[in-house]
Design a protein around this ligand. Structure first.
Ligand code: ADP
Ligand code: MG
Ligand code: ZN
Length: 629
C-alpha cells in the first residue's frame, strides 16, 4: 500500500472515530433527556410504587391519572403536590387498584405521554439514520479532499472537475516559439468558431487532435489557448485520472464526460497524458490491464459515435506517442497529430519575451544572450528560469533582474543551488585541479565547446564545482571529431587528478563524467557508425516495459559482437583519456597557475580563463561565437 493511501485511511479512521464518539454521546443525551425534561416541565417529582401505595392507603391521594398502557401514573396528592409513578404492568397493579377503590380515589385514564413515543422513535430509527448520514458526509468530504483518492466513493458520477472552464484566459499570444503547431491549431479554432464554413462544402471537422512533444513544451498551454481563442468551454482531465478508479468506472466516466461535452458543444475536451489510458492494448508485464482497456475502448467508441459535426473536438497530449495504441491514431480519431518540439533559438527568444512581460529586466539584459545560453530548454524551463532570476533579484534587494541574476539562475536550474564556498583544504585543491583539467582540455581542443565558466563553489547534490561550456547552438549534426573532443574534455578532470596527485589519489569525483563518456562512446559505436565496427545501427533506443513495450530487451546483435562493441568503447575512451593526460602534462605549469588563481577567486569566466591560457600557449580557433554575458 502506498504511504499516501495509508495516510488516507488513517485519516478516514480518525474522522469516523470522532464521528462515532460524538454520535453516541448525542444519543445518550437524547435518550436520557425525556424523563428529566418531563419532571422539570410539570414540576412533578417521581416517587416509587411503594410510596404511592402507602400514600393511597393513608388516604393522602386525591386523584390519579393512569396511563392506558398501565406503565405509569400521575397522582395529585391532597396537599396539592403532583407526583409520577412507574407502575408494575405485569400484575395489572391489582394491589394499587384495590387500595384506590377502597379509598375512593378519583381514577382517570389517559393516553400515554406522547413525548415518550416520539423519543422512542427518535432513538430507535432516526438516530441510526443520522449516524449513517453523518458518516456518509464525512466519507464524502474525505473523498473530495485533496490527497484523497478522487471520487472512488461516488462511483463514477461526473464531478466538478468535469465542469468546463468557460474561459481559459489563455490566448495564442501567450504561447510563443512553437509557431508551426500554432498555425495548425489555428485551423481548429476556425472549425470551432465557424463550423458552417466547413460543413457547407462537405468537409468533416476533425474529431481529435493529438499534441505530441516533450514535457514542458507547452502542450497543455496550447490546448487552453485553442479554447481561449475560440471562446468555447474547456473540459480537462488527465489520463491517469481514468486509471486510478475502480474497475469499470473508467468507462462510465468517459461516457459521462462525452455526454456532458455534447450538451455544451461547441467545446474542447482535453485529455492530458493520454498515454496513461491510450497505451497499446494487451501489452506490458503480464498482458494488458483490463480496466485501462475498457476505458480506452469506451473512448474509441465515443469518438466514433460523434456525428460528423457535433462541435466537440478532443485534444489530447502525450510525450510518448510511440506507446499509444494504433487504434487511437487511425483516421477518424486523433487524425491530426501535431508535434510540439523544444523551441529553437528564435523560439526561445519569443518565450522569454512572453514571460518577461510581467517582470522587470535591467536594460542591458539581452534576451538574445539568454536564448543562446539555453538550448534544450523547454518553455516551462524558461519560465522557471526567469522566475528564479526574479527571486534572486528580490533576494538581493534589486529593483530589476540583472545579467548576474540570469547567469546565476541558469546555473541554478541546470546544475543546482550554490552552497557556501569550501574552506581551504586539500579537497578544495583537488576539486580545483579536476575542474581546471576539464576547462583546460576544453580550451585547448579545437572541436570542444567554448568555456563559459569555471567555479569551485560547491553546488547542492554533492557537486564540488564545475566547468561548463557555452552550449552549442542547436542540437544538430555533430562530427566525429566534435564527439571525440567532447569525450576528451569530460575525461580531463580525472586526467588532471592523476597527473598531479598520482594514481593513488584519484577520486570518485569523476564518476559522473565516466557515465556520460560511456554513453557517448556507446552511441558512437552502436548508433552513429563511427567506429571500426563499421556502418549501421546496432542498437535502437529501447522502450520501457512499463510504458507498454515488449518485456524482453531487444538485442540486435550476438554475444560476440557485443564483446567487440565493448572493446571499441573502451578503445575510444582510452584514446581520449591519453590525449587529455598528454595535454595536462604538457601544460603542467599553466595548470598550477590556473589552480592558484581559481583557489583565490573561486570563479572565472571563460574570457578570463582564456586570457591566462593565452599567456602560455596559442589558443585554437573555436566554432561557437562567444557570448558576453
Ligand atoms: P506540457 O503540457 O507540454 O508539459 P505546459 O503547457 O504545462 O507543458 O507548460 C508549462 C508552463 O510552461 C506553461 O504554463 C507556461 O508558463 C510555460 N510554457 C511552456 N511552453 C511555453 C510556450 N511555448 N510559450 C510560453 N510559455 C510556455
Ligand atoms: Mg501538460
Ligand atoms: Zn568532472
Amino acid at each position: 500500500m502506498s504511504s499516501r493511501k495509508q495516510v488516507f485511511w488513517a485519516n478516514v479512521w480518525q474522522r469516523v472515530k470522532v464521528a462515532v464518539i460524538s454520535i453516541s454521546i448525542m444519543q445518550s443525551v437524547a435518550i436520557a433527556s425525556p424523563s428529566s425534561a418531563r419532571a422539570d416541565a410539570e414540576g412533578s417529582a417521581t416517587i416509587s410504587y411503594t410510596e404511592l401505595l402507602a400514600n393511597v392507603k393513608e388516604n393522602r391521594v386525591q386523584k390519579i391519572d393512569l396511563e392506558s398502557n398501565g406503565l405509569s401514573a400521575e397522582a395529585v396528592l391532597k396537599d396539592g403536590r403532583k407526583v409520577r409513578v412507574d407502575l408494575i404492568a405485569r400484575d395489572g397493579n391489582t394491589e394499587l387498584m384495590k387500595s384506590l377503590r377502597e379509598n375512593k380515589v378519583d381514577i382517570a385514564v389517559k393516553a400515554p405521554q406522547q413525548t415518550t413515543l416520539v423519543w422512542q422513535l427518535v432513538s430507535a430509527f432516526l438516530m441510526p439514520m443520522l449516524l449513517i448520514f453523518v458518516l456518509l458526509m464525512v466519507l464524502r468530504r474525505l473523498s473530495n479532499a485533496p490527497g484523497g483518492p478522487g471520487q472512488t466513493l461516488s462511483f463514477g458520477k461526473t464531478k466538478a472537475r468535469f465542469s468546463p472552464e468557460a474561459k481559459t484566459g489563455i490566448m495564442f499570444e501567450d504561447v510563443a516559439g512553437i509557431d508551426t503547431a500554432k498555425e495548425e491549431l489555428q485551423e481548429v479554432v476556425t472549425f470551432l468558431k465557424q463550423p458552417d464554413r466547413f460543413t457547407a462544402v462537405g468537409a468533416k471537422i476533425p474529431k481529435g487532435v493529438l499534441l505530441i512533444g516533450p514535457p514542458g513544451t507547452g502542450k497543455t498551454l496550447l490546448a487552453k489557448a485553442i479554447a481561449g481563442e475560440a471562446g468555447v468551454p474547456f473540459f480537462s482531465l488527465s489520463g491517469s485520472e481514468f486509471v486510478e478508479m475502480f474497475v469499470g468506472v473508467g468507462a462510465s466516466r468517459v461516457r459521462d464526460l462525452f455526454q456532458k461535452a455534447k450538451d455544451n458543444a461547441p467545446c474542447i475536451i482535453f485529455i492530458d497524458e493520454i498515454d496513461a489510458v491510450g497505451r497499446q492494448r494487451g501489452s506490458g508485464i503480464g498482458g494488458g490491464n483490463d480496466e485501462r482497456e475498457q476505458t480506452l475502448n469506451q473512448m474509441l467508441t465515443e469518438m466514433d459515435g460523434f456525428q460528423g459535426n457535433s462541435g466537440v473536438i478532443v485534444v489530447a497530449a502525450t510525450n510518448r506517442p510511440d506507446v499509444l495504441d494504433s487504434a487511437l491514431l487511425r483516421p477518424g480519431r486523433f487524425d491530426r497529430q501535431i508535434t510540439v518540439d523544444y523551441p529553437d533559438y528564435k523560439g526561445r527568444q519569443e518565450i522569454i519575451k512572453v514571460h518577461a512581460r510581467n517582470k522587470k529586466l535591467e536594460e542591458n539584459v539581452s534576451i538574445e544572450a539568454i536564448a543562446r545560453l539555453t538550448p534544450g530548454f523547454a518553455g516551462a524551463d524558461l519560465a522557471n528560469l526567469l522566475n528564479e532570476a526574479a527571486i534572486l533579484a528580490a533576494r538581493r534587494y534589486k529593483e530589476a533582474i540583472g545579467e548576474l541574476e540570469i547567469a546565476d539562475a541558469i546555473d541554478r536550474v541546470t546544475i543546482g543551488l550554490s552552497m557556501k564556498p569550501m574552506l581551504d583544504s586539500s579537497k578544495k585543491r583537488l576539486v580545483a585541479y579536476h575542474e581546471v583539467g576539464h576547462a583546460l582540455v576544453m580550451t585547448l581542443l579545437k572541436n570542444a565547446s567554448l568555456l563559459d565558466k569555471i567555479t569551485i563553489v560547491p553546488r547542492s547534490g554533492g557537486i564540488g564545482g564545475f566547468a561548463k561550456g557555452v552550449p552549442d547552438e542547436e542540437f544538430g549534426l555533430e562530427s566525429r571529431s566534435q564527439i571525440l573532443d567532447t569525450i576528451t574534455m569530460m575525461l580531463g578532470g580525472r586526467a588532471a587528478e592523476e597527473v598531479v596527485f598520482g594514481d593513488g589519489e584519484i577520486t570518485t569525483g569523476a564518476s559522473g563524467d565516466f557515465q556520460q563518456v560511456a554513453k557517448l562512446a556507446r552511441m558512437m559505436v552502436t548508433q552513429f557508425g563511427m567506429s571500426d565496427l563499421g556502418l549501421g545501427a546496432l542498437e535502437s533506443e529501447t522502450g520501457e516495459v512499463f510504458l507498454g513495450r515488449n518485456f524482453m530487451p531487444q538485442s540486435d546483435y550476438s554475444v560476440k559482437l557485443g564483446d567487440r562493441i565493448d572493446r571499441q568503447i573502451r578503445q575510444i575512451a582510452q584514446a581520449c583519456y591519453d590525449t587529455a593526460k598528454r595535454l595536462i602534462e604538457e601544460n603542467r605549469d599553466l595548470c598550477d597557475r590556473l589552480v592558484d588563481i581559481l583557489l583565490d577567486v573561486e570563479t572565472l569566466d571563460g574570457e578570463e580563463f582564456r586570457k591566462i591560457v593565452a599567456e602560455y600557449t596559442k589558443l585554437p580557433e573555436k566554432r561557437a561565437a562567444f557570448v558576453k554575458f
